[in-house]
Design a binder for this molecule. Structure first.
Ligand SMILES: O=C(CO)COP(=O)(O)O
Length: 245
């Protein structure tokens, strides 16, 4: 059985106050035997603040990014080892906003994934096509290239530590969710790229997931959870989304 994961990506939103009120609003602790792991990726500067507070309500920590380097003169970077120190075991890598606003290439994403795995952080690797690429019928080609760049740098024995997130760029923050069928088709394609080890790799869907559409998306056989942006900032919405899994 593949593990299920629902991860909230707060992007550059939130504050210490927001973390406090979010935890208050959740009220009940998510039981340890809940059917999915539930995590939130706050901005890096709040990981330490959030760690014990999220733990109290059964939410795990995820980082929004991780360095491709283990240590050294890389101003502004945060290493996988530092994330582990804060109680964080997952990091989003290659989000489309990092690829487009920070020039992260497939090679950079692959180097981050490799370093994260080496130091014990599980990467949540984001892949997905832009609208024009889908309209031109090139979406499988784009995803194949993004996935293979990562697989090439990892031994198949560690593939089970990878998590992929299919996030079509045209669905992020637009309110235009992929249909459950579109999500399933892309997820099945990603799994096919992984071959036999793919049977145990979790693939999450991200892009305008909301309480209203979460159940339909999560019910698809190759969708193992979600990477939730806007809806994860509101405790009630996030709870409704992860409860739909
Ligand atoms: O980018 C996303 C999660 O990483 C998705 O964001 P939205 O849920 O706001 O569309």
């Amino acid at each position: 059985m593949r593990e299920k994961l629902v991860i909230g990506n707060w992007k550059m939103n939130g504050s210490a106050l927001h973390i406090d009120s979010f935890v208050d609003a959740l009220r009940q602790k998510i039981p340890a035997d809940f059917r999915a792991q539930t995590l939130i990726a706050p901005p890096a500067c709040y990981l330490g603040y959030a760690s014990p507070r999220f733990e109290e309500v059964g939410i795990g920590l995820c980082a929004q990014d991780v360095s491709a380097y283990p240590v050294g003169a890389y101003t502004g970077e945060i290493s996988a080892g530092m994330l582990l120190d804060l109680g964080c075991r997952f990091a989003i890598v290659g989000h489309s906003e990092r690829r487009s606003y920070h020039g992260e290439t497939d090679a950079v994403v692959a180097a981050k994934v490799k370093q994260a795995l080496r130091d014990g952080i599980r990467p949540v690797v984001c892949v997905g096509e832009a609208l024009a690429q889908r309209e031109e019928g090139r979406y499988e080609q784009v995803i194949r290239q993004q996935v293979q760049a990562v697989l090439q740098v990892c031994e198949p024995e560690v593939w089970s530590d990878l998590v992929f997130a299919y996030e079509p760029v045209w669905a992020i923050g637009t309110g235009q969710t992929a249909t459950p069928e579109q999500a399933q088709e892309a997820h099945r394609f990603i799994r096919s790229l992984l071959g036999a080890p793919g049977a145990s790799v979790s693939i999450l869907y991200g892009g305008s997931v909301k309480p209203e559409n979460a159940a339909a998306i999560f019910s698809q056989p190759d969708v193992d959870g979600g990477l939730i942006g806007g809806a994860s900032l509101c405790a009630a919405d996030f709870k409704a989304v992860f409860s739909a899994i």
